[in-house]
Write a protein that binds this ligand. Sequence first.
Ligand code: ING
Ligand code: ZN
Length: 275
Amino acid sequence: ARGSSSYYENYHSMKEIYHWMEAVVKVHSDLLQKIYIGSSYEKRPLYVLKAIHVRERDRTMTTLLEHFDFYVMPVINVDGYEYTWSHPSNRLWRKSRSSHGNSKCIGTDMNRNFDAHWCGPGASHFECQEIYCGPYPESEPEVKAVARFVRDHKDIIKAYITMHSYSQLVLFPYSYTMNKSKDHEELESLAQKAAKAIKRTTWKTYRPGAGAQTIYLAPGGSDDWAYDLGIKYSFTFELRDTGTYGFLLPPREIKPTCLEALSAVKEIAQHVLQN
Ligand code: ING
Ligand code: ZN
């Protein structure tokens, strides 16, 4: 059931996730707010949850919440995610569900659609590719909504973290170029600290590194875009595993994956607080 611990040990449909968001802000109305930031191509609402200061059991979390608000968007690709449930043969659908021009192919890669060296090497102008960049930057309503939210809050946002799978990596800018960013050394040492926090938590090994140097050239990603907007502490976590199950991570690994990711988030937040 919603809110029971087994809820966090299973995958859920979009409908269930919407109900969960409703329920969790209702039960924790002192701590949580649900912010509507726009709607998807197929007109599903896009929500960000905002966590504010309240009495907490966890000491680190109490301190962090005294200094920061946390904005969490559980699902950005609401249409694509729903499609993986309604069309189980497309369980690994990656892109949005938008249609552009008169192509027979559907969907844009949202992580190639941000305005950061948009559609350079590592993305494709061809609609049928998994890394299709879309007709222009922020063509996807979901990307536009997130970009607008981040732009509107850029003076208060201290860090930006986006969660993907899989490979067990803590990535930082740049992904659109092999060149190092001007904060490379600091971001590298912080990514290392985050990886060590994960190691202490679940004993899993995550590798830190700049995106392009660690995996591949990938322009139009949200972390590079947020970084160039002026949000220095910008990261992409590639969560479990390293290829045994890949994108089809067994439900029993969801909770430990969340715990290790949370420990990395806390490490980054503590660093931001000290700097
Ligand atoms: N990985 C990311 C992708 O879009 C990435 C890797 C990170 C690209 C940061 C660009 C910027 O390819 C997954 N799994 O989607
Ligand atoms: Zn991804």
